[in-house]
Design a protein around this ligand. Structure first.
Ligand code: AVJ
Length: 314
């Protein structure tokens, strides 16, 4: 049995995205709505799964190469992280680089304050200067880091959620935020054996399935909906043309349901597209960064070449 859910005040943007996404000829809901409290918990669980290689591969890459990363960073750098820095990766970089200041940028003020507190406890001499903002837009950095060289940090292959057009917009916004001459350390997931990819997004324990299906529970709880969740199953598909894993929710029988008073009918086999995770070849990552004004100066990858961390300069 699922835990009972408390009715929550609906986010109007969530309702608008779901209603528009379910009515579209190819049904899709933006991936950001997967990450409510429960979804974020399940994603944390995903990062510890045996099949989910990205988190542990990237963490090991940082651990093995942080001294060299630090040597390439300016000695008086300020680190600007895109995301709240709640992961285990941030302390590895902070310990190696010993920056003059650390600026985490996140849209969620709660996450930001929580992780800022724990980083201040671990690095008592480090000024931690959180900025609550959407990093898709250029952001004014705290005045106290004016004049310090900037090192952007964007781990987790979060860029993989975005189609190329959006990824380039984001990378360009990062360049505008950090300024000409800045550097960026970014994690990107590599193209690899399809079975390895598929297993990472459809694990044996069913955690990724629960993460994906949680979206339907969330819609039911927050948007006055009656989706029969048991009539849907998780699908992880490798789209070779677009070089990405796609997550879908597939109706296993014909279903009719309503969301906020609007009725929807889906046929057995029809899907709702919920997330993309783009994978990049050696040249692809360089091209993407170049398109946004970033030149790659160093790349670290693991022996299997499953994941890479790139250092680029604006
Ligand atoms: C958080 C976007 C990096 O694409 O690997 C993991 C999300 N979804 N399993 C990824 C995710 C299902 C993850 N990112």
């Amino acid at each position: 049995m699922d835990a009972p859910r408390v009715a929550l005040a609906a986010d109007p943007a969530f309702r608008a995205d779901v209603l528009a996404g379910l009515a579209a000829p190819i049904r899709a809901v933006p991936a950001r709505w997967l990450y409510d409290h429960r979804g974020s918990q399940l994603f944390e669980e995903i990062t510890r799964l045996p099949e989910y290689y990205p988190t542990r591969t990237e963490t090991a890459l940082l651990e093995a190469n942080s001294a060299e990363m630090a040597a390439l960073a300016a000695s008086d750098a300020a680190i600007v992280e895109f995301g709240s820095g709640s992961s285990a990766k941030t302390p590895i970089l902070l310990r190696a680089v010993r920056p003059r200041a650390y600026v985490p940028i996140d849209i969620s003020g709660d996450f930001l304050r929580e992780s800022a507190e724990s980083l201040r406890a671990e690095f008592p001499d480090l000024p931690v200067l959180p900025v609550e903002a959407n990093f898709m837009d250029p952001i004014a950095l705290p005045g106290s880091i004016a004049g310090l060289p900037r090192l952007g940090f964007f781990p987790g292959s979060t860029i993989g959620n975005m189609v190329a057009r959006t990824a380039v917009d984001l990378l360009r916004a990062m360049k505008d935020t950090l300024g000409e001459g800045s550097r960026l350390l970014i994690g990107m997931d590599r193209i690899k054996d399809v079975e390895v990819l598929r297993a990472a997004y459809d694990d044996a324990a069913g955690v990724t399935a629960a993460f994906n299906l949680n979206l339907l529970h969330r819609i039911n709880a927050e948007l006055d909906a009656d989706i029969p969740v048991d009539a849907f199953r998780h699908r992880a598909i490798w789209n070779d043309d677009l070089s990405r894993i796609e997550m879908h929710l597939e109706a296993t029988r014909d279903v009719v349901f309503s969301v906020s008073g609007t009725t929807f009918a889906m046929r057995a086999g029809e899907t709702i597209h919920t997330e993309n995770s783009h994978k990049y070849g050696h040249r692809d990552s360089r091209l993407l960064l170049r398109a946004a004004g970033w030149g790659v100066i160093r790349e670290w990858t693991d022996p299997k070449q499953w994941f890479s961390i790139l250092l680029a300069e604006a």
